[in-house]
Design a protein around this ligand. Structure first.
Ligand SMILES: Nc1ncnc2c1ncn2[C@@H]1O[C@H](COP(=O)(O)OP(=O)(O)O)[C@@H](O)[C@H]1O
Ligand SMILES: Nc1ccn([C@@H]2O[C@H](COP(=O)(O)OP(=O)(O)O)[C@@H](O)[C@H]2O)c(=O)n1
Length: 273
């Protein structure tokens, strides 16, 4: 079972440049997709346009391999088989990287890869993502892209690529379903051109920005028997959905028909908070 109520933003302790610990609220967006779906490519653009720090978990693992540590050699043997590194190792590398960066918005690329990744992240950080961007791409297209990636990656050979696809289907898709059940998946068709995929992604990130702005709502004044009550309810449905972790832009005043309380300018139905 995965944990229930978690914070969207978390008090993360970071070392300031004076060496003192200070608290800051941190937001994370996870980016999931099959190998070669374009996670790294799109994350670079998102980071540049929306001010996120891009952390590629695969890259953090490769850096650990290059450090020559014992953990690095364990990671190396797992990665060349296309398997998944134990979550406590991955999440600790991720936490270390986040603590060393003075930004409050992180784009975490290639994470989570399975439900164990999810649980470990929740347990160790007590955070959950704002949302999860899912790059959905046909397998034959991902295979074509990986075989021509030319970054000299040991795992970009046809045998390991096929193993990574299997891991994606068997382990990562259940994590996608978990976030789907929480309403956090934002899926884009990643089989299109780089520019077209980014257009879809921009709409998702821009929507988040708009939802943070207080809406410019005019109060509707209405006299007795003018059906304000029924329209009041539909008015509510027009308001932007509050984003988890943000105060809603409006306070809703209840009014009870039995007591014949109608909204007035003194006691409006909706009020900016
Ligand atoms: N939409 C796209 N169309 C064609 N090629 C792409 C697209 N997105 C990425 N690529 C290329 O495919 C390869 C894999 O992309 P990458 O971003 O590294 O994927 P991932 O991080 O998901 O493994 C790279 O060589 C990249 O330039
Ligand atoms: N959360 C993660 C992310 C990557 N990895 C490992 O790192 C490898 C490369 O991941 P990556 O995100 O750099 O690349 P792609 O497989 O998405 O192209 C994976 O195949 C796994 O072996 C992991 O174990 N756990």
């Amino acid at each position: 079972m995965l944990c229930g109520a978690l914070l969207s933003a978390h008090e993360l302790f970071v070392e300031s440049d004076r060496g003192l610990a200070k608290q800051k609220k941190v937001k994370v967006v996870f980016v999931i997709g099959g190998p070669g779906s374009g996670k790294g490519t799109q994350c670079q653009r998102i980071a540049q346009q929306f001010g996120y720090t891009h952390l590629s978990v695969g890259e953090l693992l490769r850096q650990e391999i290059n450090s020559g540590s014992e953990t690095g050699s364990m990671i190396h043997s797992i990665m060349k088989e296309g398997k998944l590194v134990p979550s406590d190792v991955t999440v600790r590398l991720l936490q270390q990287a986040m603590q060393g960066i003075d930004n409050d918005k992180f784009l975490i690329d290639g994470f989570p890869r399975n439900e164990e990744n999810v649980k470990t992240f929740e347990n160790l950080t007590k955070m959950e993502p704002e949302f999860v961007l899912y790059l959905d791409c046909p397998q034959d297209e991902m295979e074509r892209r990986l075989l021509s990636r030319n970054e000299g990656r040991e795992d970009d050979n046809i045998d390991t690529i096929r193993k990574r696809f299997k891991v994606f289907m068997e382990s990562t898709l259940p994590a996608v379903e978990y976030y789907e059940s929480k309403g956090k998946i934002r899926k884009v068709d990643a089989g299109k051109s780089i520019d077209d995929v980014f257009e879809s992604i921009k709409a998702i990130f821009s929507q988040g920005k708009d939802n943070n702005k207080p809406a410019n709502l005019q109060l509707v004044a209405a006299g007795p028997s003018s059906a304000y009550g029924s329209h009041g309810a539909s008015l509510l449905s027009l308001l932007p959905t509050p984003i988890a972790g943000h105060e809603p832009a409006f306070k809703v005043h209840s009014w009870r028909l039995a007591e014949k309380q109608r909204p007035t300018l003194d006691q409006p139905y909706l009020e900016h908070t």
